[in-house]
Ligand binder design. Structure first.
Ligand code: GLU
Length: 281
């Protein structure tokens, strides 16, 4: 009798524990009144690119699609936000640190390379992707040697590592036109006002694969740098651990690989393996 009573109590305790656990995980994912960090229920503003096919692109119906957008949605869901809680905002390359510092966005998923200089003003979680700088050139041109780049006129984006690498690193003598977004360079490349658009290969592959550019452009295939994409956070944010855990879960569950295949497969871009997460507290 005594033994039976004890086991009933144990069973009750177990049931209570299970209920409590279930409630906890509901809160984490349901977005109701949210767990820590001002999670569910509130809105979250996420900075993305809106003119980079495959990564961050505004569609004609006003929606957003791409790998960065999918990673952002996955992480936001893990933090307790519903899809309808997310407000996406364009984050041009040169504005990303300012937008985080000024509180215009809560986090940024926008082909945002982790650099020491940027990390003085903002925090990064991740990395969640590795790309390499390359050149997009006209289909009948060839660039086989980095030395050739010094003789060329390039187009890139203000505030990007791509423009900075050209100036400081591999082609200080090259002509360089800078715009606010990479898509603005494509007209110049087609009209021969510039010889190449330079930025991360994954971005260039997206442009090359667009229907309207079919057969016009190609990647030179030069591996000019490692660009480790991080999630931009305000300095001192207490979300870094949770964001890293969400990124790791996305990788472990296979959702990361699915997103890679969905968004980069059509452009024929061969992505690196998922990187190890190193930006920890
Ligand atoms: N990943 C590079 C950067 O963060 C180039 C792409 C971009 O401008 O977003 O600067």
């Amino acid at each position: 009798m005594k033994i039976r009573k004890a086991s009933v109590l144990a069973a009750t305790a177990l049931a209570l524990t299970l209920t409590a656990t279930a409630c906890g995980s509901d809160d984490d994912n349901g977005g109701g009144n949210g767990g820590g960090n001002g999670g569910g229920g509130d809105k979250i503003t996420i900075g993305i690119k809106i003119d980079q096919p495959g990564l961050g692109l505004q569609t004609p119906d006003g929606g957003y699609e791409g790998f960065d957008v999918d990673v952002a949605r996955y992480v936001a869901a893990e933090l307790g936000y519903e899809e309808s809680d997310i407000e996406f905002k364009e984050s041009p390359s040169a504005e990303r640190e300012n937008m985080l510092v000024n509180g215009d966005v809560d986090m940024i998923f926008a082909t945002y390379s982790i650099t020491e200089e940027r990390a003085e003003r903002v925090d990064f979680a991740g990395p969640y992707f590795i790309a390499h700088q390359d050149l997009l050139i006209r289909a009948d041109d060839e660039v086989t040697d980095v030395e050739q780049i010094n003789e060329m006129t390039l187009c890139s984006v203000t505030g990007s590592t791509s423009a900075q690498n050209v100036r400081d690193d591999f082609a200080p003598d090259a002509g360089l036109q800078e715009f606010g977004g990479y898509s603005e360079c494509l007209t110049g490349l087609e009209s021969e006002a510039v010889d190449a658009l330079t930025t991360d290969d994954v971005i260039l592959a997206g442009y090359a694969a667009q229907d309207e550019h079919a057969g016009k452009f190609k990647l030179a295939g030069l591996n000019l740098s490692d660009e480790r994409y991080g999630v931009g956070l305000p300095k001192g944010s207490d979300l870094r651990d949770e964001v890293n855990a969400a990124l790791q879960k996305m990788i472990d569950e296979g959702a990361w690989q699915e997103a890679v295949e969905k968004h980069f497969g059509p452009a024929g871009y061969e992505a690196e393996e998922a990187p190890e997460i190193t930006e920890t507290n």
